[in-house]
Every structure is written in C-alpha cells, then in structure tokens.
Design a binder for this molecule. Structure first.
Ligand code: DP6
Length: 334
C-alpha cells in the first residue's frame, strides 16, 4: 500500500511574527526570522483508507510508540487542513493520517508549526500536489499556523509575509552549517499556553506600542540578519533579546493583555544575564508562552544546562540545535 511519511522540525523565532495583516490568508503584520531546530520534530504518515470508510481517520502516536485516536482538538485541525489540501489538488480520497512528536507533547514546546509542516508535506505529496516550494509554503500557513511556513526550510529562515505575492513563501537566509547555534529550552510550564497565538495576534494591534514596534522592526531584523551573517554572537544576543522583550511588551500592553510570563520565566532571564556577565555566549528569547529558549554556542551547553536546571521553577530542560529542515523518510508510523 502506498504511504508517505514526512518529518518536519519546530523553529524558534528570532524576529517574531506578532499580529496579522490578513487573518483569512494568515498573512503577518511584519516579516519574521527564525532558526529551525533539529531534534524537536513532528512526523506524519499518510495512506488512503482501505476499509471503504469515507471519513478521514486521524491517529496519534505517543512518545512511547502507542497508537490511538487523536484527541478532538487535534483531529479537527488536521481534518480542516487535509480538506484544504484535497480541494487544492482536486481529489476526494479519504485518508488515514498518523502524527507524532519527538518531544513530550506536554513539554510546552509549540508543536503546531512542525505538525502542520509535516502534515502539509505528507498529504500534499501523497495526493500528487506540491511537496516542496512556494505553493507548499502558502498551503502550510493556511493551516492557521503562519510559523509552519518557516518549518519547511532548514537553517536561518525568513518569512517576509509580503502582500504582493500570494504565495508569500518563507525563504532560507543561511544554511544550518553556517553557524551551529544550540537552543537550550528551560521549560517553566509544560501545560498548553492559556492564550493561543491566534488570539495574541488578534489583540496585538490594541497595544499603544504596536505601531512603534512596526517602525523599529526593519532595522532590528537587519541587525539579526547581519549578526548571523558575521557569526557575531554579541550583536546577535543584543538584537534577539531586545526583540523578545518587545514582543512581550506588546502582548502585556494589549487590550485585554496577554500575560505569558511566570515567576520562573524571570528567574531564567536573570540566570542568563548572570552568565552573560561572566562572558558566556548565551542569550534568551521567548515565544508566546512562559518557556525560555536560551540560544548559545555549542561549548556553552553543558554549563548552561546545569545552571538552568537549578533555577527554581524550571520543570525540565530540552537541548536542541540548528537543523537542516524537513525530509521524507521510508519509515512509517503505521
Ligand atoms: C510568538 O500563529 O504561527 O511564536 O500556531 O502557535 O504556531 P502557532 O503560532 P503562529 O504564531 C507564532 C507566534 C510566535 C512568534 C513566531 O513564531 O514568529
């Protein structure tokens, strides 16, 4: 029986997508830049249903390899995206779809970008539609997870999100081998965040500082881009941390506010500042949640992991690094 399996990684934003210009087409208020990860991945296997059923079957494979029905919230998102892909390709076949994450689902790592990237690749390819390229980028982000478009590429990735191009694809800025940064994630709260990114995007323009953020972003994005190009960690750290605080300033000052931080979030930020005071090449960024991604040069990982795991309120540590992007494999989930 024909099966297609795709593996796609999570990514961490260096310049954050926050606020939507167009909700229907999932177009962002601003360009974003991210680093694709290597170990935190989603896998998706697709085949046609062989039992005559006309509905899609959505399976979830847990980290121990046990296969079960997907929970309703996951099933509905998957089925909506599959329907969109079927319509695009013009096919009606009912599918069996299984997905899994390499990282604990309760670890507080955003899995929608990697999950929708893997799903869109696997289903697109299975149905004979696009499995790479600009159209795939558009189809992935139409899932509602704009950052999924960035998970289709490896290394350092930009999603310009321009209105002039309907595909508005993400594109690679530098390959993973250019600068082998690591990401040590201090998981502060393993539960799903209380306010979704989608809701955060909606509220963002209500912040009195949102317009000013748009003015500041082009220069900051350029600083990140240049620092990565020059492999200059000090300049990278300064711009990345400025951006992380800016995102949360907008979130916290939105109406109603989105407060993602917890006491341990601040404690981790303080530990990172302390390490930087000791000349360590580390810097912190935070997506829409309380967990802190500490980006660093590989030599810093042992000491950094040790220090972060001792911060009061840190639940667990995930060590990841920059990755090459998604791929198709011959090992299937079913
Ligand atoms: C703060 O709408 O792409 O992470 O659906 O949760 O993947 P998910 O979010 P999405 O917004 C991402 C918001 C962000 C910043 C970023 O990744 O650019």
């Amino acid at each position: 029986m024909k099966k297609v399996t795709a593996i796609a990684p999570a990514n961490i934003a260096l310049i954050k997508y926050w606020g939507m210009r167009d909700e229907e087409f999932t177009l962002p208020a601003n360009p974003s830049i991210s680093m694709t990860l290597r170990e935190c991945v989603s896998t998706c296997t697709v085949a046609a249903r062989d039992d005559g059923a006309t509905e899609d079957e959505v399976l979830w494979v847990d980290i121990g390899g046990r296969v079960g029905s997907a929970p309703p919230w996951l099933r509905s998102g998957v089925v909506r995206q599959v329907e969109r892909l079927r319509q695009y390709v013009g096919k009606t076949v009912a599918l069996r779809i299984a997905t899994s994450n390499s990282f604990p689902t309760g670890a507080g790592m955003a899995s929608s970008a990697s999950g929708f990237a893997a799903l869109t690749m696997a289903v697109g390819s299975f149905l004979g539609g696009p499995s790479t390229g600009d159209t795939l980028s558009r189809l992935a982000r139409l899932s509602g997870s704009g950052s999924a478009a960035r998970s289709l590429l490896g290394g350092f990735v930009e999603w310009p999100g321009s209105a002039d191009d309907p595909d508005s694809p993400a594109r690679q800025l530098f390959a993973a081998g250019h600068w082998p940064l690591c990401d040590v994630v201090a998981v502060v709260d393993p539960m799903p965040k209380s306010i979704s990114s989608r809701e955060g995007h909606r509220r963002a323009p209500g912040s009195p500082y949102f317009a000013r953020r748009q003015e500041l972003l082009p220069a900051r994005a350029e600083r990140v881009w240049r620092a990565v190009g020059d492999r200059d960690f000090d300049r990278f750290a300064e711009a990345v941390e400025e951006e992380a605080i800016d995102l949360h300033l907008i979130a916290m000052s939105a109406r109603p506010p989105c407060f993602y931080w917890q006491p341990a979030t601040l404690a981790v930020l303080q530990a990172v500042r302390m390490l930087r005071g000791e000349k360590a090449n580390v810097c912190a960024t935070i997506d829409a949640g309380p967990n802190v991604h500490v980006l660093c040069l590989p030599a810093e990982v042992p000491r950094l992991s040790h220090v972060l795991s001792r911060v009061a309120g840190v639940h667990s540590i995930i060590v990841d690094r920059i990755g090459e992007g998604p791929r198709f494999v011959d090992e299937h989930l079913f």
